[in-house]
Design a protein around this ligand. Structure first.
Ligand code: ZN
Length: 325
């Protein structure tokens, strides 16, 4: 474990915000503290596992490192499509399916990579923390490097050896670290999909983005939003110790400003299942959703959540960055 100063402003003074153990992956019973910097307000884990120690807190089957089967990906796509379409009511009288579909209700958010990848030319995408390159969290297979390579030249950065081997087998170049990427390389899109909160020094990544965006290029950063409704209800409903940082919009703005970048778009979003899962794990919400939500209940809740998302209170955020003009 190491005691650190603030990655953004360097201050050593902080206030403790909350304490929690690994309630999600159950890799340890150790209790960790999230602190808020007295200088800039950044929230971070302190003390924290060192770069050498953090690996042991990733569960053996950490989902973003593993490569799920094609069948599983297809089944997930079908369930997602049904849960979020008018067809959902056909299945809501079958309790098992009703609950399964309820868990898949989500807002419609266009894939920001596809939205911001300018048309034409030899476009290049770099995905930092790409896992095995077959599924991209919220956007599933259609947001993966394997899918993008039909329309662009793709490569990734991934610390997990097995995930890098899977990428290599698919013919996708994967670096172990951003430090291994040659200084002259430029990218049209650099994505960090729920990976910035895992790194030891976010400033190094903002510096990398500023140096490696091609002209007109965009960085896509998706991360949990510590200003989100869930974290306002329960500050300790966090994924520790593997999330080393708990960002808010202001923190992203601070980094963006320091590194000569501009925030060109910002949105937040939530979905019901995150609250359902939190009710299993976090004391303030315990029991709130019983055995889970059916698909119709979940869709009602989604409509309500979307109103909070528009106020910046979504549990996740997407920030699109460009170099300052
Ligand atoms: Zn600070």
């Amino acid at each position: 474990m190491e005691e650190v100063s603030c990655d953004f402003c360097g201050k050593r003074e902080y206030n403790a915000v909350t304490r929690q153990t690994d309630i999600l992956h159950r890799t340890t019973d150790e209790v960790f503290t999230i602190v808020s910097c007295n200088g800039c307000g950044l929230h971070y884990l302190n003390p924290r596992p060192t770069r050498g120690e953090i690996g042991r807190y990733y569960a053996e089957q950490y989902s973003f490192h593993a490569a799920p089967s094609r069948f599983k990906l297809l089944a997930a796509d079908i369930l997602d499509a049904v849960a979020n379409s008018p067809l959902h009511w056909l299945f809501c009288c079958v309790p098992y399916l009703n609950r399964k579909l309820g868990a898949r209700v989500k807002p419609r958010i266009a894939d920001p990579v596809l939205r911001h990848l300018a048309p034409g030319g030899q476009r290049r995408i770099l995905d930092i923390g790409c896992g095995a390159g077959v599924s991209a969290h919220f956007w599933g297979y259609r947001g993966s490097l394997l899918y993008y390579r039909r329309i662009a030249a793709v490569c990734g950065v991934e610390v997990d050896d097995e995930a890098r081997r899977v990428l290599g087998d698919s013919g996708i170049q994967a670096f172990r670290s951003i430090d291994d990427i040659p200084a002259a390389e430029r990218f049209d899109v650099i994505r960090m999909n729920w990976s910035l909160e895992h790194v030891h020094a976010p400033s190094a990544y903002f510096g990398f983005i500023a140096a490696h965006l091609a002209d007109g290029g965009k960085a896509v950063i998706a991360a949990p939003n510590y200003d989100g409704l869930l974290y306002r209800i329960a500050k300790d409903c966090v994924e520790v110790p593997i999330h080393l940082y708990h960002f808010r919009k202001q923190d992203i703005l601070n980094y963006v400003d320091r590194f000569g970048l501009a925030l060109v778009r910002f949105e937040t979003f939530s979905y019901p299942e995150m609250f359902v899962a939190a009710a299993d794990a976090c004391a303030p919400l315990r029991g709130a959703f019983g055995a889970g939500l059916g698909v119709r209940e979940a869709r009602q809740m989604q409509r309500l959540l979307s109103k909070f998302d528009a106020l910046g209170l979504g549990n996740d955020m997407i920030a699109i960055l460009a170099r300052k003009a």
